[in-house]
Design a protein around this ligand. Structure first.
Ligand code: GLC
Length: 752
């Protein structure tokens, strides 16, 4: 009651402040602002991400002096308290906008974005983002730094976990679905601002090392990397974020061509651009500025509107303007964009709109967890099911072995914000609930990593529960003992949550020892083994693919991990996940992606070694598991691929139809994928490009015809002059269950 009264009182104060009037205009407000106050709006400071509070009194002083426009990482009551300072103690009473990384959930933790992408289910992805935004909006958050739109083709890069994988078209569809989920129509207090990040090309660091150099041609950038950012802009994202990396030997944070010409002039972005965390200060590390003032001048002149945490703008820009290094019009433009963001979010009418403590009890609700469970099950990818070891039949004696079977907080993945209030369901709990505790025996079997210090350096979750007080040989002995008495072994192995995500690149991406060694001993028992992999990235599974009966990729699925996995292992849910990133056979194949070029000496995906063509002496070109791949219980048969015409004019839309048959006894959710190949272009074109997909339920024993639309306007590309062109010529059309050429039906048409 007290809190509601506070909110009402604050609202009254806001009304008095004059911003609540209908005719409030940003022009009139800016006319009153001093240069320092305008620069203050361009300044974002940071709270404690764990507590959500601001302990630093200096920040409060800066807020009351009108030197702060936004706060990162504050939550709950500290947001209300800081907003009160901004609204009541500053000269103009301009409210703050509070931002936070609500990447895959707030209190209800959803699967990591790479897992959600594997569902190919845009509706569920939007629903998950809606729930995440609703929960965050109750706790003071008006702005999330999502969607991450970085195309990634290198699983050594830990942040592959945060994106949608390797494909431009699918990445764009998913980014737009996330923007819709968080922003809605911006007409509800649960709608929060989205952010197109990390602009740009952050997912292409050389050697897969985070923050490392990015270098590519502008053709490759435009044709293979920019579309997801552009799609998020088209979806109406209110903000964008410049990335840490350099491109063309310029840090993106001061790259005027990228931030002005590409993002604004070509893509039409009109929102507010914030830097990544202290990225202005990092320009000094890059060696592209001698001091913070030079870095700030370069960033402001390149088009950055808000400085995240570096305090470069707030400490140097006023002098820079007075010295003529930055035109005051640049400051006016940036300040206006910040104020427009706040106005679109309704913060001037009600600065406490996102403080609804009375609603917090709705966070983590059973309803929200049900969405997480559905999202989780749809995100799981079945990679192997030898002799139909899955689904597990009721009554089976199941041995659950592996260190990730009961580490609850490791299921939250790399960007979870508040899951401690709602501990995730573990795989062990999920299986016990589904199959009965009497049928499910557990043994940890080994630790996640070779030594405790390394594990504790990587993860602070559940340290006491990781079994370091038990000798390794005892762990192993227990595991083999229950394994030998079981009908089937479910091995839960992979990565800790923090082994992927930011600053978490790995050069060896196999399942870490001692887990892999234990897996080999489990296989040696001769019992059927189902490997459930929890990971934030594709791992190298060459040995596992050869020797394990079933492989289920369960990523890091969040609050309902154990139940979602049990839903699939039991067959209650028929797995429908399909990979959005290629799984390499070995690190030597990286970067590996399906939409590669043909080269002048092409070699087939499975071509045995032959000199003087483009392949390796020691491994085939094909990935272990290709983009778009995933199994279900039962298999859909494709036939009768038909095009509505063998010829089309530029601008025409072709209809592509294919017949599906499901001879199995289970309904199958099938993702029909449509690829094209532009046979000849003024520049070389990929051997395959995803241009459409449809997810349909093919009822058990039924047949159906699915139609997809192929818009010839989407067959274009950026040519040598960086002009977007659609060139006439012959196009292959391929339709099937994955990008594996062996599974695709083919046809063709001529664009005139
Ligand atoms: C981080 C990340 C970015 C995040 C930002 C704010 O370093 O690079 O994705 O949104 O800082 O936390």
């Amino acid at each position: 009651m007290k809190k509601t009264l506070l909110t009402t009182l604050s609202l009254c104060l806001a009304m008095v402040s004059g911003f609540a009037q209908e005719n409030f205009s940003i022009d009139s407000l800016m006319a009153k602002m001093t240069l320092e106050e305008k620069i203050g709006q361009m300044n974002q400071l940071v709270g404690n991400i764990l507590t959500g509070s601001i302990s630093n009194s200096g920040i409060k002083a800066k807020i009351s002096a009108g030197q702060v426009g936004s706060i990162l990482n504050a939550r709950g009551e500290s947001v209300a308290a800081l907003q009160k300072i901004a609204v009541e103690q500053t000269r103009l009473g301009i409210p703050l906008v509070f931002g936070l990384d609500v990447i895959h959930g707030y209190e209800t933790c959803f699967p990591i974005p790479l897992a959600m992408a594997s569902s190919w289910n845009l509706e569920t992805i939007t629903e998950a983002c809606q729930v995440a935004g609703q929960e965050a909006s109750r706790d003071g958050i008006a702005w999330t730094f999502t969607p991450m739109c970085d195309i990634a083709r290198d699983p050594r890069w830990g942040r592959i976990a945060e994106g949608a994988g390797e494909d431009p078209y699918l990445g764009g569809e998913i980014a737009a679905a996330q923007v819709r989920g968080f922003q809605g129509n911006l007409d509800k207090p649960t709608d929060i601002a989205a952010c197109v990040k990390h602009f740009a090309l952050y997912g292409a660091p050389q050697a897969g090392r985070d923050y490392y150099t990015v270098d590519m041609s502008r053709q490759q950038m435009f044709n293979e990397y920019l579309w997801p950012y552009h799609a998020a802009v088209k979806a109406g994202a209110l903000t964008a974020m410049s990335s840490f990396n350099e491109f063309e030997s310029l840090p993106l944070t001061c790259h005027k061509y990228m931030l002005q010409t590409v993002l604004r002039d070509i893509m039409g972005f009109q929102g507010m651009l914030v830097t990544d965390y202290a990225a202005i200060r990092e320009i000094l590390q890059h060696g592209a500025a001698a001091d913070l003032k030079e870095a700030s001048v370069r960033s402001a002149n390149a088009g950055v509107d808000m400085d995240m945490v570096a305090e470069g703008f707030s400490t140097t820009l006023a002098d820079a303007v007075r010295e003529g290094l930055v035109d005051e019009a640049i400051v006016d433009r940036a300040c206006r964009r910040v104020l427009e963001l706040k106005k679109k979010l309704g913060l001037f009418e009600n600065p406490y709109k996102y403080n609804r403590p009375e609603e917090l009890e709705l966070n983590g609700s059973a309803q929200n967890r049900a969405v997480a469970r559905k999202m989780g099950a749809q995100s799981i990818v079945l990679l192997k099911n030898e002799s139909e070891v899955l689904p597990l039949a009721p009554g089976k004696k199941i041995a659950v072995v592996g260190p990730l079977a009961d580490l609850s907080m490791e299921m939250i993945g790399c960007w979870a914000v508040r899951p401690q209030n709602h501990r995730p369901v573990t795989l062990l709990q999920g299986l016990q609930q589904r199959f009965g505790a009497e049928n499910v025996k557990f043994a940890r079997g080994c630790h996640v990593l070779e030594n405790e210090a390394l594990e504790n350096q990587i993860s602070f979750h559940d340290r006491k529960d990781r079994g370091w007080d038990i000798p390794s040989d005892k762990l192993r002995k227990e595991a083999l003992s229950i394994a030998k008495k079981s009908d089937v072994i479910v091995a839960a192995m992979g990565e800790l949550a923090e082994m992927s995500g930011e600053g978490s690149s790995r050069a060896d991406i196999t399942i870490p020892e001692p887990q892999r060694g234990l897996l080999k001993e489990l296989v040696a028992t001769g019992k059927p083994v189902v490997l459930v992999v929890m990971s934030g990235r594709p791992l190298i599974l060459d040995w596992e693919d050869e020797n394990v009966d079933g492989i289920v990729y369960a990523w890091h699925l969040g609050s309902e991990a154990g139940n979602a996995i049990a839903d699939v292992l039991s067959g209650d849910v028929n797995p429908s996940g399909r990979l959005t990133v290629s799984f390499p056979r070995c690190v030597g194949q990286i970067p590996i992606h399906y939409n590669h070029k043909n080269t002048g000496r092409p070699a087939g995906d499975f071509q045995p070694y032959k000199k003087y063509i483009s392949l390796y002496q020691d491994v085939v070109n094909a990935p272990l598991y290709p983009f778009g791949y995933g199994l279900s219980y039962g298999k859909v048969e494709y036939s009768d691929l038909k095009l509505s015409s063998a010829k089309a004019a530029v601008g025409d839309k072709l209809s592509v139809s294919v017949k599906l048959k499901n001879p199995s006894e289970r309904d199958i959710t099938e993702t029909v994928q449509l690829y094209i190949r532009d046979k000849v272009g003024s520049i070389t074109r990929p051997v395959k490009e995803l241009k459409g997909f449809r997810q349909v339920c093919v009822k058990a024993g039924s047949e159906m015809t699915v139609e997809l639309e192929l818009d010839s306007a989407k067959l274009g590309f950026y040519n040598s002059e960086l002009q977007y062109v659609v060139e006439p010529g012959e196009f292959d059309v391929m339709v099937g269950p994955s990008s594996d050429s062996r599974s695709l039906l083919r046809s063709s048409f001529v664009l005139e």
